[in-house]
Design a protein around this ligand. Structure first.
Ligand code: SAM
Length: 266
């Protein structure tokens, strides 16, 4: 492989992951659309809708909620949270923190927030935090301070996924929800899987080279998807971290190309 992550130390891996995302931050949107035929937008919409941030009950109208969007980079998930909460659920008491390890991604997020959030209440409810998801304590995130923890297309890049899950558990309040959107295994349908594998291993690095001028970063992204655990294995890791899951603990999207996992802190 181009990076050979298995042979490098944890801190080297963290640095290289940061490097990958600095080089892709700029062409990020264009690439996501090209690589997924626009599907990532539909997955993200569904992810946030399924969480209905800001949903109030008659006994607690406009209940305050603190959402932490981990690996939130360019704001794709956070802006959806703020739209859903402040506009659809008419709850201005929902605050969202975008957290990412990479300052270049946060800078893109800041710039976009100014362009894409129409309401002053949404912009005021948004904050940014540079932090490593595997050590949120170092960034000062207190125990039991978060109602909803989201991570979309981020967790597979983390050096130590169990550590990130432990941190998610620590920062959530009892009753708080962990929700993850991530690429997953599409192997339930062999023919679909064969086409998907062929697309990801040959077309994505090529598109990366042609559009972003960066084949290696996209080769790494494809390999990181391949290495990430199956739906069931990842669900078991979430349970090992202490979360309670309902049903199978996950929902497949587009035949398992992506999946949503959820857990509740008891
Ligand atoms: N959530 C956004 C989305 O769905 O479009 C961004 C996903 S982007 C593919 C992955 C992000 O993970 C990058 O912004 C990267 O900087 C961040 N990241 C990688 N390792 C991290 C870590 N250890 N802690 C926090 N963020 C990390």
């Amino acid at each position: 492989t181009h990076f050979g992550f298995e042979t490098v130390t944890e801190s080297e891996k963290t640095q290289r992951v940061a490097g990958v995302f600095t080089s892709v931050a700029e062409s990020y949107d264009k690439m996501n659309d090209l690589m997924s035929f626009g599907w990532h937008r539909i997955w993200k919409d569904h992810f946030v809708t399924s969480l209905s941030p800001g949903l109030s009950s008659p006994s607690h109208p406009q209940a305050p909620q603190h959402i932490l969007d981990i690996a939130g980079g360019t704001g794709d998930i956070a802006f959806r949270h703020l739209h859903h909460a402040h506009v659809l659920n008419a709850n201005p008491n929902v605050a969202v923190t975008i957290s990412d390890i990479n300052p270049a991604m946060l800078a893109v997020g800041r710039q976009r927030a100014a362009e894409r959030l129409p309401l002053a209440s949404q912009r005021a409810a948004l904050s940014f935090l540079e932090a490593d998801a595997t050590d949120l304590r170092a960034a000062g995130v207190p125990d039991a301070s978060v109602d909803l923890y989201t991570v979309a297309f981020g967790i597979r890049n983390f050096t130590d996924i169990p550590a990130a899950l432990r941190e998610a558990y620590r920062v959530l309040k009892p009753g708080g929800v962990f929700a993850c959107l991530e690429f997953s295994k599409a192997d339930a349908h062999p023919l679909f899987n064969a086409v998907y594998k062929r697309w990801s291993f040959s077309a994505i690095p090529l598109i990366g080279q042609l559009v972003a001028g960066d084949r290696d970063s996209y080769q790494y992204l494809v390999e990181s998807i391949e290495r990430f655990p199956s739906q069931e294995q990842f669900r078991d890791m979430i349970v090992d971290a202490g979360f309670v899951v309902g049903g199978t603990g996950y929902e497949d999207l587009t035949g398992g190309v992506a999946a949503i996992h959820k857990g509740v802190k008891p």
